[in-house]
Design a protein around this ligand. Structure first.
Ligand SMILES: [Zn+2]
Length: 407
């Protein structure tokens, strides 16, 4: 039931818009297909010759059901996620928020810092704002109303804690008027700091330990002391180190800090593997294919050793998984995939992934950027670079592939 003029079934836009036509007779696509072929005469009465050629390239069969292709998803299928991405309004990513969520720290610390920055914590001032009638007194200094800003930034206990750690790292916190500015000041205190840096972890851990101290004071009657908060921060960071959560890259520019002794180096395992193109079994034929994109030019190349391939090799893992999956795939890629799947089925051929090193002949053909209809009939016609690679393949000469794994 695909509308010939107004559905997008051939190009990126409907045919009526592509051809700039308005007064049109209504047709279904199926009305131009008779038996098992396109009715070329009928097509030519309505659309120009080059469009007919494009239509004839479309895989179409009356026994195959039409499928909708959802433009907004990579799989071509409708998903709630994709429609949500279409309608949502994305705001700019906050630098401060992006600092808070690190896989090195427990999530409860990130949540606390996130709530503190947004003034969502249930300190006395916020309870009062919600209508809870109570007198407010900072449990740490008994000398001010308990607000998030007082508790985490300007109270006498936290000032001592901040200045202790700021002195250790040489961070100047003059002019910090909000928790957000504290996080940014620590981040920008060295050009080498990034999201996963010790200078980002410390403010989050300090906020956490101070919150624990405040709760101990309020609910257990323990006197609030800056020294205990400092010890808790140090112990927490040492615990992270003992648990091997601290890595050397977290200490860029701060390797003289005492905690660096806990940092684990990211070791890399390097392997060199010999990779060679494999000959197909006797009597079987293999097709090697590759594509190249350079300076906005895309080109492909393939080498068929025989008449009808029983195996196809490509070095794109993504393409192989797309072909083997049942995904419709994104428009207009889905039409190309459908065509390749049809050819694979027609030849009863399997497609497998190989490493680029074993696909050197197809790779060298692809980078020649020849016309799509250029065919080399004999080996003698091939450029020397391609012939050379073929000779190496024929003798099963391996190429070396370097594999680097983080351990
Ligand atoms: Zn206080």
């Amino acid at each position: 039931m695909v509308d010939f003029w107004w559905d997008r079934w051939l190009f990126d836009e409907p045919l009526a818009m592509y051809l700039g036509m308005e007064q049109l007779t209504h047709f279904l696509v199926a009305e131009f297909y008779e038996g098992d072929a396109w009715n070329e005469d009928k097509l030519l009465r309505w659309v120009p010759n080059h469009v007919v050629r494009a239509i004839e390239e479309v895989y179409f069969h009356s026994s195959v059901k039409d499928e909708f292709v959802w433009l907004s998803s990579n799989s071509g299928s409708f998903t709630i996620t994709s429609i949500w991405e279409c309608i949502r309004h994305r705001r700019n990513v906050s630098v401060v928020d992006s600092l808070l969520w690190s896989s090195t720290l427990p999530l409860k610390l990130s949540f606390l810092a996130w709530r503190a920055i947004r003034n969502y914590l249930l300190v006395d001032a916020n309870l009062q704002r919600r209508g809870v009638c109570l007198p407010s007194k900072c449990y740490c200094c008994c000398n001010a109303e308990e607000t998030v800003l007082h508790l985490f930034l300007s109270g006498p206990v936290i000032v001592e804690v901040w200045s202790h750690f700021a002195n250790k790292f040489g961070v100047s916190m003059d002019g910090c008027g909000s928790l957000s500015s504290v996080f940014l000041t620590w981040l920008h205190s060295t050009p080498l700091a990034s999201k996963n840096h010790i200078r980002v972890f410390f403010p989050i851990v300090i906020c956490w330990c101070l919150w624990l101290e405040r709760n101990d004071t309020q609910f257990r009657g323990v006197p609030c002391e800056s020294g205990r908060v400092i010890r808790q921060v140090d112990q927490f960071m040492e615990l992270l180190g003992t648990l091997r959560m601290l890595k050397a890259q977290h200490f860029k520019g701060d390797r003289d800090y005492v905690l660096f002794q806990f940092a684990t180096m990211l070791a890399k395992k390097v392997q060199h593997v010999a990779i060679a193109w494999g000959k197909p079994p006797l009597g079987h034929v293999k097709l090697n294919s590759d594509a190249s994109v350079c300076q906005e030019r895309a080109s492909g190349g393939s080498l068929e050793r025989g008449v009808q391939p029983s195996q196809v090799e490509v070095d794109s893992r993504v393409l192989v998984s797309l072909l083997l999956s049942r995904e419709v795939a994104k428009w207009p890629l889905c039409t190309v995939l459908k065509k390749i799947r049809r050819l694979l089925m027609y030849f009863s051929t399997s497609v497998v992934h190989i490493f680029r090193e074993a696909n050197s002949v197809a790779d060298r053909l692809a980078v020649l950027y020849l016309r799509s209809d250029r065919i080399f009939e004999t080996i003698l016609d091939l450029p020397p670079a391609v012939t050379g690679a073929m000779v190496l393949d024929a003798r099963s000469v391996p190429f070396v592939r370097t594999i680097v794994d983080n351990i």
